[in-house]
Design a protein around this ligand. Structure first.
Ligand code: HSE
Length: 397
């Protein structure tokens, strides 16, 4: 099997590394050796062992009948979409790690692959090296999936874990995450929740079989979480995690990305550092948990190469993926019911006149009150919160 890799950055070079490190095992499992014939990149890589494989024009790959599989690790929607579409239309199979591409164009690329009797696979686009796409497509197919809740972003989980352990503030841990290479120079997609938002949109599309637009999902990042919030969390024996969740309700799904204060019993409470965890509840399965390396060069490349192996075993066979282009209308997040931890500078009389009886949390912070509410619809909470002077609020899980 001769393959091409489009994008020789962190993940693309990881794919080349994985194919070299586990060459024999991969050949044994795929049924034949897998060799990289081309690497598409804008740059040259003088002195790199793969220097001779570098090409700058994607048409060279499109027009080479020897290429059976193309790996896309460029990131972003364009030009990845144009290149991937051309590869599928030329009868080549495609594996991608690109969540932006999958979230925006997944349904269409799956259809094009089916029309050309090839495959478009994207295991690495969610959860890095953790298998979750194939389990949803192939293993949990007897179930109605009623809930998926995940810690789907390694960078923010690293930052929140560090804030919890060291009492550090947001800006400080962001600088540390950038210095360690976890957070990008522009960290917006991670810290504002855009990255896990695309990932939960992809997972929800797979379980409902329709297009879920990430733009429709309520999304809050971690930029408002402070060291003071963690002081309260410690008193409450809870951890603060950025969750991406999807729940079946009212004949559709209710999706949300937001920080939650998790009790120590919550299955995702102990998922720390750069790890990801994905909790799945099926109506006949009950609960399942997927845990592991959710980001990084080799873990992500491991999932891409697993797709390459799968597609090498399925030449001329389209593996059906149920993801139709018809858009699913999500349930309004304002209908979803949550209880909240609240910090306010209003006094107790005011708090009780608005929220009734609440449970106060004393973390010894001057000039403010902390309390938790009963469960109520988001819309109701927003109305009440507008009547007090709010410092912060975090949902409880
Ligand atoms: N920025 C992402 C993360 C990379 O930190 O999880 C993996 O998608």
């Amino acid at each position: 099997m001769k393959i091409a890799v489009m994008g020789y950055g962190t993940i693309g070079s990881g794919v080349v590394d994985v194919l070299r490190i586990n060459k024999e095992k991969i050949a044994q499992r795929a049924g034949e050796p897998v060799e990289v014939k081309y690497i598409l990149d804008l740059r040259d890589f003088p002195g790199d062992p793969m220097e001779d494989a570098i090409v700058h024009d994607y048409q060279i790959i499109v027009n080479d009948p020897e290429i059976g599989i193309v790996v896309e690790t460029m990131g972003g929607v364009e030009p990845a979409y144009t290149f991937v579409k051309a590869m599928l239309e030329a009868g080549k199979q495609v594996a991608t790690s690109n969540k932006n591409l999958v979230a925006a164009k997944g349904a269409e690329l799956i259809r094009i692959a089916r029309e050309h009797n090839v495959n478009f696979q994207f295991e690495a686009s969610v959860g890095g090296g953790i298998p979750i796409i194939r389990p949803l497509n192939k293993c949990l197919t007897a179930d109605e999936i009623e809930e998926i809740t995940g810690i789907l972003n390694g960078t923010t989980n690293y930052m929140l874990t560090k804030m919890a352990k060291e009492g550090a503030d947001f800006d400080e841990v962001l600088k540390d995450a950038q210095a360690k290479g976890y957070a990008e120079k522009d960290p917006t997609a991670d810290i504002e929740g855009h990255d896990p938002c695309r990932k939960i949109a992809i997972l929800t599309s797979l379980v409902c079989g329709q297009q879920v637009d990430f733009e429709d999902i309520y999304c809050e990042g971690i930029t408002k979480i402070s060291a003071t919030d963690f002081k309260y969390a410690q008193i409450m024996n809870r951890s603060i995690k950025l969750l991406a969740s999807s729940r079946k309700t009212q004949g559709s799904y209710s999706c949300m990305v937001a920080p939650f204060m998790l009790s120590s019993e919550h299955p995702l409470c102990g998922v720390n550092d750069v790890f990801n965890g994905i909790f799945v509840h099926g109506n006949v399965l009950g609960d399942a948990m997927f845990y592991g390396s959710g980001a990084g060069k080799l873990p992500t490349a491991s999932a891409v190469v697993a797709d390459v192996v799968d597609m090498t075993k399925h030449k001329n066979t389209n593996i059906y993926i149920d993801w139709k282009p018809e858009k699913l209308t999500l349930v309004d997040y304002k209908d979803s019911v949550n209880s909240f931890f609240v910090r306010t500078s209003s006094d107790r009389a005011k708090v009780e006149s608005v929220f009734g009886n609440v449970a106060y949390i004393d973390a010894g912070i001057d000039g403010e009150i902390g309390f938790t509410t009963d469960a109520m619809p988001e819309a109701q909470f927003e109305d009440k919160a507008a009547k007090i002077t709010l410092i912060n609020r975090i949902r409880l899980g």
